[in-house]
Ligand binder design. Sequence first.
Ligand SMILES: [Fe+2]
Length: 188
Amino acid sequence: MAKSKPAAKRGTAKRSKREAATNAPQAGSAPAIDIGLSTAERRKIADGLSRFLADAYTLYLRTHSFHWNVTGPMFNTLHLMFETQYTEQWTALDLVAERIRALGFNAPGSYGEFERLTSIADEPGPADTTDWREMVRQLTVGNEAVCRTARQVLKTAEGASDDPTVDLMTQRLQVHEKNAWMLRSLLM
Ligand SMILES: [Fe+2]
């Protein structure tokens, strides 16, 4: 007569079957992300894009606040120029955040996170300075800071053959380099 298995072993076998059933893909559940980039690559690119988003948001907010608060003989020119820039920047923020989501990570969205992630130095805002030349200087260096971060993300994305992120960062570079040129020209 065959010996029956010890009770403990029988229990283990039952648990393993249950665990296997639990780990099996469930109908209708979200599959793991498999877009041809490793998790480490996706994370590194998403981290870079989060820093870019923090820079871009910080610059957007500064540009919009200068649109509100600019004064002086350049009012009409700058009020309209800043509006053109912040409107374009606002639309682009969404594309960057959604690229982070497509890579499988959460996009930063609080002032605390943006402050921690941004490379743009905090400078006196319009409550402390309404001098239009100072506003234009801040926006010039702000656009350049965004360009430097974009170049870092571009390099990381190129290394992973992440063409959508390369494309997005290339487009953002074109815009922010042009903004920096136009703003700097006002101070010459
Ligand atoms: Fe306005």
